[in-house]
Design a protein around this ligand. Structure first.
Ligand code: NAP
Length: 294
């Protein structure tokens, strides 16, 4: 197995690199710009902007991957709403370019998607549930998923995930756990929604699931998230608990009062039985993950 990773400077990308190194899996880590992950050897890194088709071709010809794990994306949901062109270019067009080249090399293509493909009216979504995106980011992920689903080439998988958290090196974006911990540590008040329910995902569990899909050559859609179903407010309280921080700094609010550019689904969360049965995916509890990060 030879895995080409896109977005290796991102949180998930860094955890996939870590797991490949630990298991002795051959890999090429790629991201835009220089390697910001000190755990990733420079010899395993290539600067790849996925919007550049020529560069994509060059990387495939040099590395000949058997598997591609495509994590790179514009992940800021509000930025996608305000800069739709960029979102289209990176999340849809570049995914198409990567998928096209993957087919020429007869490799497996794993695309990382999101719970935001759903509208949040049901909760505990399974792989069979109908998608209904509420924002441009969500639409971009649905469009990219459809490139695979509607293709005649069947060697692909989609790993949908939810609120990914963990520690990383020089991340361009923070994540919920780091944001809550850092804000409360600095005595800053934070407002957290009490009406959005999720099954948050430890980045290390998600990386394990992605590698398992590749190792077992699984095809189709997989829901990979944590197993605890919580409101974001409750999640923030749990973080404060683990780090012994002042919970009174967490202000409970509703989504409507936030006035964000992109609409978020209220109740998502996944039914992860398929991943458990097919992959042996066993994510840790939130409490365990927070303890391990600490
Ligand atoms: N984080 C979540 O809560 C969450 C939830 C559901 C789904 N997902 C999906 O999971 C995947 C991984 O998320 P993550 O948390 O690891 O995100 P992340 O930390 O934002 O990582 C995404 C990476 O993509 C890179 N990238 C952006 N544009 C690129 C380009 N043109 N060429 C090459 N690389 C580019 C970014 O580079 P820079 O670091 O240089 O900006 C970043 O390193 C994404 O596809 C995301 O949509 C995430």
């Amino acid at each position: 197995m030879k895995i080409l990773i896109t977005g290796s400077n991102g949180l998930l990308g860094q955890k996939i690199v870590k797991l490949c190194l630990k298991r002795g899996i051959q890999f090429l880590a790629t991201s835009k710009g220089e390697n910001r992950n000190p755990d990733c050897p420079e010899s395993n890194y290539f600067n790849l902007d996925i919007t550049n088709k020529l560069q994509i071709n060059g990387v495939f010809e040099a590395f000949y991957p058997t598997h591609v794990i495509h994590t790179a994306a514009i992940t800021n949901v509000d930025q996608c709403e305000s800069n739709r062109e960029l979102c289209q270019e990176v999340n849809i067009d570049a995914t198409k370019s990567l998928f096209d080249v993957t087919q020429r090399f007869f490799a497996h293509f794993l695309f990382v998607s999101t719970d935001f493909v759903f509208d949040g009216t049901k909760g505990k979504y399974s792989e069979e549930d109908k998608v209904y995106p509420l924002s441009f980011y969500a639409e971009s992920k649905v469009d990219a998923e459809n490139l695979l689903i509607n293709s005649e080439y069947k060697n692909w998988s989609i790993a949908r995930t939810i609120i990914v958290f963990g520690q990383g090196n020089k991340l361009s974006r923070s994540n919920f756990v780091l944001w809550v911990k850092d804000s409360l540590s600095n005595n800053q008040t934070i407002k957290v929604v009490n009406d959005q329910f999720r099954t948050p995902t430890w980045a290390e569990d998600l990386a394990w699931g992605c590698i398992a899909i590749c190792e077992k050559s699984k095809i189709g859609i997989y829901h990979l998230s944590g197993k605890d179903y919580v409101s974001m407010y409750n999640f923030a309280l749990q973080i404060a608990d683990v780090y012994n921080l002042d919970k009174t700094l967490i202000e409970e609010i509703t989504s409507a009062s936030l006035n964000q550019a992109a609409k978020r689904p209220l109740n998502t969360g996944f039914d992860i039985s398929k991943a458990k049965n097919d992959l042996g995916y066993e994510p840790k509890s939130l409490k365990e993950c927070l303890g391990l990060i600490k």
